[in-house]
Design a protein. Structure first.
Length: 340
């Protein structure tokens, strides 16, 4: 074989390799386009328009946790197709809830030396109406059924409810007047029928009955209580022990909550229970795993809540009456809100 022939063969091989490499790149780009911004190893998520007053079918809004360009954004899916493609809003929240065209979005503001936090009230088009500084790490958020009231809880110190070394701050704002109660610990507490005062009171996890009445958790003396709140009277009245992160049913008759159960590990102490407010009888749900969330009622008989997942949290669902079994509703999602 002559030197010229060897050079021709080498040049041809180099051209073939270059062509193959270009083809592989183009093929990968084509596949990426076809995914339409599908999250890595997760559900398809597409940028679009999200409304807090959806037309037509009922919607489920969540904070998307799948890795990709839309991680941490509020996304929407049809409520009857929770595992379908998600529509991303472009609005990022750490905690979120919405009702009647009003949203509350708890956000981090990343700084050079430290992060700060804020609570942002959103309109039906997810535009900012008002913002308030938040004193610490966001943990709970709720909007009243009318959309007129919004509440949020943050950790002022600590970042978990599991131990005792933490402090919370809970605020409620009227979205019509922007009147705010920025610390519910200043309310008058009635415990076991008597006025109660203590320096260690913590309040968290508001759930609204209407624009005046609400329920929440009060902690003091190493114990937790379900309290009924009255905004006009500025009172908190204890109703039941060992209740954390209550969630009122749509018909107003029951509260779902996490309960510390005897014999459980200190690192995984809670189980999901339901309390009948008329009889004060409590019953366990079929979800037997540890749960650190404020459950949401998707209707009068079904609960939705977050458990740890591959990308942070997955949403699960279980009947509220103790029957059935738990099922995963959505992967890579947290902070649900049903609309419509």
């Amino acid at each position: 074989m002559t030197r010229t022939t060897r050079l021709v063969i080498l040049l041809a091989a180099l051209l073939l390799l270059a062509g193959a490499g270009t083809g592989a790149v183009l093929h990968a780009a084509h596949r990426a386009d076809r995914r339409d911004e599908q999250q890595a190893n997760g559900p398809a998520v597409r940028a679009g328009t999200v409304s807090l007053r959806p037309d037509g079918a009922r919607q489920l809004l969540v904070r998307n946790l799948a890795w990709g360009p839309h991680r941490d954004e509020l996304t929407a899916v049809p409520a009857d197709d929770p595992q379908g493609p998600r529509t991303a809003s472009g609005v990022t929240c750490l905690r979120f809830h919405a009702a009647a065209g009003t949203g509350i979005c708890l956000q981090a503001v990343h700084g050079t030396l430290r992060d700060t936090y804020r609570a942002v009230v959103l309109d039906a088009h997810l535009r900012e109406r008002h913002r308030f500084p938040a004193a610490g790490i966001p943990t709970r958020a709720r909007v009243s059924p009318s959309g007129h009231m919004a509440a949020w809880t943050v950790f002022v110190s600590g970042d978990s409810y599991a131990g005792t070394d933490f402090s919370t701050r809970t605020a409620i704002v009227d979205t019509r007047t922007w009147t705010i109660d920025d610390n519910l610990e200043t309310f008058h507490v009635v415990k076991d029928g008597r006025t109660y005062r203590a320096a260690d009171i913590n309040i968290w996890g508001v759930t609204f009955a209407d624009d005046n009445r609400f329920y929440a958790t009060l902690a003091t003396g190493g114990k937790t209580y379900l309290v009924r709140g009255d905004l006009e009277a500025r009172t908190l009245t204890t109703l039941h022990r060992n209740v954390e992160c209550p969630s009122l049913s749509p018909d107003g008759t029951r509260v779902a909550y996490k309960k510390r159960v005897e014999g459980a590990s200190p690192d995984a102490p809670w189980r999901l229970y339901v309390l009948d407010l008329r009889t004060m009888k409590e019953s366990a749900t079929a979800e037997g795993r540890d749960l650190d969330d404020q459950a949401l009622w998707s209707d009068d008989s079904t609960l939705v809540y977050a458990l740890p997942g591959d990308y942070g949290s997955d949403l699960w669902t279980v009947p509220a009456d103790g029957t059935g079994t738990a099922h995963r509703l959505m992967a890579s999602a947290v902070a649900p809100a049903y609309l419509g």
